[in-house]
Design a protein around this ligand. Sequence first.
Ligand SMILES: [Zn+2]
Length: 257
Amino acid sequence: MMFSPASPTFSPFENQLSARRRTPFWRRGLAFGALVPAVWGFYFWWRPPAPMLHLRHEEHLGRDSKNIAITFDDGPHPLTTPLLLASLKRARVRATFFCIGGNLRLYPELAHRLVEEGHALANHSEPHHNLTTVDARDFPAHIKAGFTSIARVEADAGQQNHSTRLFRPPGGGLNRAAMDYLYRNDYTLAWWSNNVGDWTCPPAWRIAHGVKTHLEPGDIILLHDGGTGTPQAIPAIVKAARERGLRTVLMPERGAP
Ligand SMILES: [Zn+2]
């Protein structure tokens, strides 16, 4: 048979056109519509933790210090506190738990375990409300009540010699009235210097990578009790700290040696 350039059978362009005609427009639209969120979803899962998630604050233990402190906000939590305790025990480090007073009362067994396993309790308020939204007359119910809940746990656990003055405001929210209240009552504000934003529950490797990338001597590492990635990230963080000659300590109280 003679080759005919006019024949549609032999034209690749015509073949493409007919294939496109065979796929209904709505199906192509559906496939494209599914692709866009899939690509965005993959990007947000994969995107590197630094610098997007890394939020710094100026407080540290001294940049010439060989000490760092690991701190956990928002606990105790019935699912993740046991995981954190197991991970910390395996890594042979102690941490400071900025606890919500209401959670200490809800989970007294976990509260006792924190004390019994050598970790320090500090105050993250009683009901975890942002203090900038709280009336100054209610500060005792939010701040002082948290210290009272901690003192009760420590007394029940037979620990009389640790009386924390450390307070970390929920969400970092603070205004002049709250600062005045803390100052008048001789409480100590406790900030941080290393914060990878683990409250968004990223996977463990991202938490560990973010902390390690920014780790400096004297860092106060802010993590959270509430996500399953954080307990899994502890071994890598502690290993990186040890490799740099850094020692993990409890948050020092003001005036302590
Ligand atoms: Zn919090």
